[in-house]
Design a protein around this ligand. Sequence first.
Ligand code: EPZ
Length: 420
Amino acid sequence: MESLLIKGGVPLCGDVTISGAKNAVLPIMAAALLTREPCVIRRVPALSDVKFMGEILTWLGAQVRFEGDSVCIRANKIKGTGDYDLIRKMRGSICIMGPMLGRLKKAAVSLPGGCVIGARPINLHLKGFEALGARVTIANGYARASAKRLIGAEIFLGGRAGSTVLGTANVMMAATLAEGVTVIDSAACEPEVVDLANFLNAMGAKITGAGSPTLTITGVKQLHGTEYEVIPDRIEAATYAIAAAATHGEVTLRGARYDHLHAVFDKLNGAGVRIDRKGSAITVRRNGRLKPVDITTLPYAGFPTDIQAQMMALMTLTPGISIITERIFESRFMHVSELARLGADIEIEGPSAIVKGGKPLSGAPVMASDLRASAALVIAGLAARGTTQVNRVYHLDRGYEQMDAKLRKLGARIQRIEEQ
Ligand code: EPZ
């Protein structure tokens, strides 16, 4: 297994190009199952999760061809069952279920199961499929849905933590080929859901309300192929912005969407970080002393849960008390114990982490646990005195395209090594 070896203390300076959004491209690749015709998707990041989605679609019978930062997918004939082991390995693959149900009127996928950040149920996905007229069963580790016909319906998709991103994606995809009109209430408003709706409309779907809590999908007989460029990755952009602040550097984000980052930039401004826009370029630099901020994660357009760990790393460097409350997932504080190895002082009280920041961090070996926790550890290592070794860096490669290379280009002393 590989690790990242980081010699901290270097301010990051320069430009970084933001890649396509992982959480947009995964459901968009799955949506290509809805048509026999070829779909070309551009600005596809070279990530292990994306490659894995390609393997799943190939396993289902689609032709998948990656060329540079594009992928061409042609699902001429597909089977209706997702392989148990393949699906279990990546939670995001659950979003093949909606298109399979829409196209074949049947779908069977292995239950994705939980992961380090929470139980990750799919009850809302299945509730949506049932509302469309599908018969849903769970047996032998598989979730199955089948229907003679899919009929449009009004569906409330809100759950324990508000909206569901992939649940909204799944039900929206199935509804594009249902008979009649489907209204999804309490739909997710994330930019990645909007991107998927735009892709589906480019395929001939009839979707309105994307980006609002009420999505309306008028079913059509069939969808056609299309070419589409996915949005930039707002989580990657925010991660580099926070790394710039943590290392007292000055970094310009190229290709990021400012309008996707209001909640993050609001908190960074509050923490004493300067964010300047010049055309499409966004420059981030620390503006004097960092100030503590309190964060509560919420569905979009609130503060994103996928930036919670990275913000916590920044707050460990900030003199004062910051309270970080995680409202989306039930156990997304795996990074706390690893940050403590670097000298961070953080106490967990229920859904909140109380960060007593300001003491300099010192490098140590740490273990990555989930994608965003790994990014938090890299940020802390870049700011810490001495050397930090982040182990199990495969977590990072799932969602960050060439992070070590991009950081080296910004001046970081970071290298990828075989774990001793
Ligand atoms: C997507 O996961 C993202 N993944 C996650 O990013 C992101 O953290 C999450 O949305 C929230 O923004 C992809 O898009 C591939 P949810 P998703 O359904 O859709 C509960 C990353 O690091 N829930 O919006 O699986 C659930 O338990 C990843 O890139 C139900 O109760 O998340 C959670 O508490 C991590 N029943 C909350 O809703 C359901 O049927 C939000 O989950 C579905 C979800």
